[in-house]
Design a protein. Structure first.
Lengths: 233, 298
């Protein structure tokens, strides 16, 4: 019990004192996971919308692949991204391994199937009659997709939240492709693992509280957006 | 229609690539101010593959900033077990290695994978266990004898099981005891770093082999006590080595050389020997640069 209390006190201290190292780690976490989520939205929303609106051979296979990808283990993604980015790998020349960009790539791979599948579900569940109506009103394909995306905003924001939640919490891929390098690729999850290894359980608890607060803060923001649009739209 | 169909994916691809490119530039920009003071160098990143004990004890947090300040290089420290660190060296994925398993390192020196192999420091391994010492190993003359007793009494021993330097030492000690340990309910492998393994041993009231630095750094959380120590066979010796640029043209040879030189420089050696002495009342590491390995522990 004492440990939990100490941890909470420590978290309070680190936050109140604006510990520069913790701030740096927290900011990097937000930047990396935010960018990865953005990339996955740019990939996943058009992909999900396309899958939802078109019929072609092999579509079911792609949909099952995307649904399966929602559960991609971060360590597996980390390992494969590492293999590609290592000096001996096909993209070794780019010197990306152990940089924030490497983590962004790995996290985007993790989040893209999540966003794709959520988008697919959100758009596909819109009544097909709306589509007919829009087409009858003379909408071209771009206008049609845009209208449907707007109609599916509740589900799409859920997609963004699920994607962000998936990447901000993962540790396996960040550790492997980022290397937990102080001042460069240390994010909240990898720092927590390291502090546990060091036996600094109070700091680890503090970091975990900060991670939860950060994740919750972002989700509150997105939820507000989701519900506000819903109430006023 | 055709163009419109293609336009969306193409735009998205462009946006994606631009955002990636934008991110790629970020680290470069961040590093600029650091470069202002120290001397300018060609390839700045030096990848250091090392054991967990150097990071978990906090030693690297003291040494790395000093090295970066002196030389202008930026060190990317990858703290894994010695086994994994050496494997990174084998593949040319690291520039410089700081590890503690001479029996694994020497073949790499001989095969030319690494060069500039230098003695840096040592401390020692200890066998820790629950205070009531169910296997009665306190006071045994050698570690091998102690392991034999633990085995015979059927007491629980927690092994790293991760090919780390500590695990290598443990395997050598079992060999000396004439026992081949098999994973069972009395011999368990964590596959994790020393810190985590000590926590597991603590929670399970088990014996384990640990380096002294990690044990001391963790002591505030542990009720495990030192039961076997002081034998020469238990010396824990750290070497630094450059990954051979002739074998792996992509390594940062200048940066690696600078790091090796830094680790054995008198000022650095002084920092190592004074590291955390005030906190623990004893040094975590004993600086050894320039000494003969045979003379250690005498």
């Amino acid at each position: 019990m004492e440990l939990i209390w100490d941890g909470l006190v420590k978290a309070f201290h680190l936050l109140i004192m604006l510990d520069p190292e913790v701030l740096e780690v927290t900011w990097l976490t937000l930047k990396v996971s935010g960018t990865a989520t953005l990339v996955s939205v740019l990939i996943g929303v058009p992909l999900g919308a396309t899958l939802a609106l078109s019929r072609f051979p092999g579509r079911n296979f792609l949909v099952s692949l995307s649904n399966f990808g929602m559960g991609l283990p971060p360590v597996v993604v980390g390992l494969w991204v590492s293999i590609f980015l290592w000096r001996s790998g096909p993209f070794g020349e780019l010197n990306i391994i152990y940089t924030p960009l490497a983590i962004i790539i790995a996290q985007a791979v993790i989040a893209s199937p999540i966003v794709t599948s959520f988008t697919l579900a959100a758009i596909q569940q819109i009544s097909p009659r709306l589509r007919m109506q829009l087409l009858a009103l003379g909408a071209n394909r771009a206008q049609l997709v845009w209208s449907l995306v707007k109609e599916a905003k509740l589900g799409l924001l859920a997609a963004v939240m699920a994607g962000f939640g998936g990447v901000v919490s993962e540790v396996g891929a960040s550790m492997m492709v980022g290397g937990n390098i102080k001042g460069q690729t240390r994010v909240l999850t990898t720092a927590t693992v390291m502090e546990v290894n060091k036996g600094n359980f109070d700091v680890a608890i503090a970091l975990s509280v900060i991670l939860l607060a950060l994740a919750y803060g972002v989700i509150v923001l997105l939820t507000t957006l989701q519900q506000w649009r819903n109430n006023h739209g | 229609m055709f163009l419109k169909k293609r336009l969306l994916p193409i735009t998205l691809l462009l946006v994606f690539l631009l955002s990636i490119a934008g991110c790629a530039q970020q680290p470069a920009q961040q590093e600029q101010p650091q470069q202002a003071e120290p001397p300018a160098v060609e390839t700045k990143d030096v990848i250091l593959a090392t054991t967990t004990s150097t990071q978990d004890s906090g030693l690297l947090d003291v040494l790395i900033p000093e090295f970066e300040k002196q030389t202008g290089y930026v060190v990317k420290t990858i703290a894994v077990g010695t086994g994994a660190a050496l494997a990174m060296g084998q593949k040319g994925e690291a520039d410089v290695l700081l590890t503690h398993a001479p029996s694994q390192e020497i073949p790499m020196v001989e095969s030319g994978v690494v060069t500039n192999y230098q003695l840096v420091m040592h401390n020692d391994f200890i066998i820790v266990g629950p205070e009531n010492d169910p296997a009665g190993i306190k006071g045994t003359a050698t570690a091998a004898e102690a392991l034999k007793k633990i085995h015979e009494k059927g007491a629980l021993f927690i092994s790293r099981g991760d090919n780390s330097g500590t695990h290598t030492m443990e395997k050598n000690l079992w060999k000396a005891a004439g026992i081949t340990p098999v994973v069972s309910d009395k011999y368990q492998e964590t596959g994790q770093g020393m810190g985590q393994t000590l926590t597991v041993a603590q929670q399970k009231s088990a014996y384990t082999l640990t380096d002294r630095a990690t044990y001391l750094a963790q002591k505030k959380n542990l009720s495990l006590v030192i039961l076997v120590e002081g034998e020469k066979a238990l010396l824990n010796i750290y070497h630094v080595a450059q990954v051979n640029p002739e074998k792996f043209p992509k390594v940062n040879a200048d940066g690696a050389k600078a790091f090796v030189e830094f680790m054995v420089a008198p000022d650095t050696q002084k920092m190592i020997s004074e590291f955390k002495v005030a906190e623990f009342g004893e040094p975590l590491f004993i600086a050894d640069a320039g000494k003969n390995e045979e003379d250690l522990g005498k």
